[in-house]
Design a protein around this ligand. Structure first.
Ligand code: PEP
Ligand code: MN
Length: 348
């Protein structure tokens, strides 16, 4: 249920609605738009349905949301959201490129990758310090030492940092270094982790589970939103199908479908979906053309020696082309390529 406050409603009116809902065992999330304030109400529908919210002072309308996800639905917020990652926007008017190594391996490799990311037109740096690997014998990431490298490279390369967290007990630590928290495909349905990142006070990039339907993905986002964090970017990264020619099948339809169902930005990961370097540029073109709000790609200075996902990492020779694809296609789809922050603008 969504309570739409009247234009003239004051803070006392909003507090009155929130208090009434909470007293009835529900929860209320206030979103202030340009022209109106709306209060998302979640909880036991039958009990909350008996509240006469319409009669409360300052209430303009009460709208029932039919979708199972509420706060992330477009019924809750009609305008598509812009999420700011340390000042870098991800939203409907921009195309934001995120690039970096799959995993943080060394300070030198991460800095070289960050400079490659800038050359590719990226405004955010990706890189995993905690790696959820299919094999327990594979490189698991450097942990906090990797987070420290990311923080140092952020200062040197001037790019805010997106990095994955895999364990609820690490969320506060990762959030103390990162500008955006990533929840990976294998953890999309890790509900304690979703709740923990929802309370961490940082924007979250939520990848689609490789076996998840769009509705399950949006319900996962709802877990984060329900903790009061609506700064969520959804990332389509391919799903499992019968096809073996690619690592996963990029569900390009998911981008416009989700953008119609949810106000949250949707980006595409052409690196993890295809799993092959030669597919990254074609899939990036497809993602931009279909209307994605951004792309996230792997780069590596020496992919033959990479500890994780070398075969899909772009190399120096690819960067100029990726930058050109992003710069040329953005205006054709009514977007501005998000510029990288000026070097001095990012704090360590
Ligand atoms: C990643 O982005 O590093 C990653 C592990 O991706 P995914 O969760 O999509 O496999
Ligand atoms: Mn990877």
């Amino acid at each position: 249920m969504v309570v739409v406050m009247a234009a003239e409603a004051g803070q006392d009116d909003i507090d009155g609605v929130v208090d009434l809902v909470r007293a009835a065992g529900g929860d209320a999330f206030v979103s202030r738009g340009m022209s109106r304030t709306i209060v998302g109400v979640v909880g036991d529908v039958e009990r909350l349905g008996t509240l006469n919210l319409r009669a409360m002072p300052g209430v303009g309308d009460v709208v029932r949301i039919s979708a199972p996800y509420k706060l992330v639905s477009r019924e809750h917020r009609r305008e598509r959201s812009v999420i700011s990652v340390a000042g870098v926007p991800i939203g409907p008017d921009t195309l934001t490129v995120i690039a970096g190594p799959c995993a943080v391996e060394t300070a030198e490799q991460t800095l070289a990758s960050a400079l490659m990311a800038r050359a590719a037109g990226a405004s955010l740096l990706r890189g995993g310090a905690y790696k959820p690997r299919s094999s327990p014998y594979a490189f698991q990431g450097l942990g906090e030492a990797g987070l420290q490298i990311l923080a140092d490279v952020r200062e040197a390369a001037g790019l805010p940092v997106v990095t994955e967290v895999v364990d609820p007990s690490d969320v506060d630590l990762v959030a103390s270094y990162a500008d955006m928290l990533q929840v990976g495909t294998r953890n999309m349905a890790n509900f304690p982790l979703l709740q923990a990142v929802g309370g961490a006070g940082k924007p979250v990039m939520l990848k689609r589970g490789m076996n998840a339907t769009i509705e399950e993905w949006l319900m996962a986002a709802e877990y984060i939103a329900q903790r009061g964090n609506l700064d969520i970017v959804l990332c389509e990264r391919g799903i499992r199908t019968f096809e073996k020619a690619t690592r996963n099948t990029l569900d390009i339809s998911a981008v416009p479908v989700v953008q119609r169902l949810s106000h949250l930005p949707v980006i595409v990961d052409p690196s993890h979906s295809g799993g092959r370097r030669d597919l990254v540029l074609p899939l990036s073109r497809a993602a931009i053309a279909v209307g994605a709000d951004g792309i996230i790609v792997d780069v590596h200075p020496h992919p033959e020696a990479a500890l994780c996902d070398g075969p899909q990492a772009l190399v120096d020779a690819d960067l100029r082309e990726l930058a050109a694809v992003a710069a040329h296609l953005s205006p054709l789809v009514g977007r501005t390529l998000t510029p990288a922050p000026a070097l001095a603008a990012v704090d360590a």
